[in-house]
Design a protein around this ligand. Structure first.
Ligand code: NAX
Ligand code: K
Length: 214
């Protein structure tokens, strides 16, 4: 049976992996990106133009790394930041530098309708408040466009612990859960918004003695 986790449990396991085993965060981010790239490759998505919506935390960093891998595959990729880059985590700046070295630069506002596939890398397990109003509008508008959406880890706007919609949420065709799926994906609206749930190992380690709460 699939093991679901709370965000606190996921953070504990990520810290254990990075601190007790000295596995750098960049390794987990790269593996997250490769995992989503594999799901995209195995699916029947239209890859004519891929729009990656990038947030300011580690979920965004996963998205930039994925965008870079898809760009290096020869695909047409736009990276669009959601929020002010000046407030982004160090992991986002680091991934952006790498992407730029590889020839992938962030785009100004993109037309969602031009994208045949949207990657949702705005918020993951860090979402802890209702989405800002502007973002709620963007999510509602995007839900009316008929293109596939792949969510990295969780669909943006879904509370990863309760499955509730935090103001608005982006409906995914497929959600690629990293390490373990978060419990909100099987509760309330979380189940509907995540679409097909694919769980991928990204090398997060779990102590033998770890007591899962679910
Ligand atoms: N912890 C790690 O080192 C790893 C995390 N990973 C990825 O990182 C994600 C979690 O990353 P983060 O903890 O950085 O969080 P997110 O990237 O989900 O969110 C970024 C930040 O946004 C802020 N925020 C939350 N709700 C908001 C709201 N409504 N309006 C505005 N800002 C808001 C919070 O300060 C949060 O830290 C996971 O879902 C996964 O995709 C993976 O890359 C593996 C490694
Ligand atoms: K996401």
């Amino acid at each position: 049976m699939t093991q679901f986790v709370t965000t606190t449990e996921m953070l504990t396991l990520e810290d254990y992996t990075m601190n007790d085993f000295d596995i750098p965060q960049e390794v987990l981010i790269e593996r997250a990106a490769i995992a989503v790239q594999e799901v995209i490759g195995a699916g029947s998505f239209n890859l004519s133009h891929i729009l990656v919506l990038v947030g300011l935390g580690n979920n965004g960093a996963d998205g930039i790394a994925l965008g870079r891998l898809l760009h290096q595959q020869g695909l047409s990729v736009s990276l669009q930041f959601v929020g002010n880059l000046n407030r982004a985590k160090a992991s986002v700046h680091k991934q952006l530098e790498i992407a730029k070295h590889c020839g992938l630069h962030p785009s100004e506002k993109s037309d969602f309708k031009e994208a045949t596939l949207i990657v949702d890398a705005i918020f993951g397990t860090g979402l802890n408040n209702p989405l800002p109003e502007g973002l709620q509008k963007m999510m509602k508008a995007a839900n009316h466009i008929d293109n596939d959406v792949i969510a990295i880890d969780t669909p943006t706007g879904i509370n990863p612990n309760t499955g509730e919609v935090m103001g608005a949420a982006l409906k995914a065709h497929t959600t690629v859960a990293l390490g373990y799926p978060k419990v909100g994906l099987r509760k309330n609206q979380g189940r509907k918004y995540c679409g097909d749930l694919v769980v991928k190992d990204i090398g997060v380690l779990t102590p033998d003695t770890f007591a899962f709460s679910l």
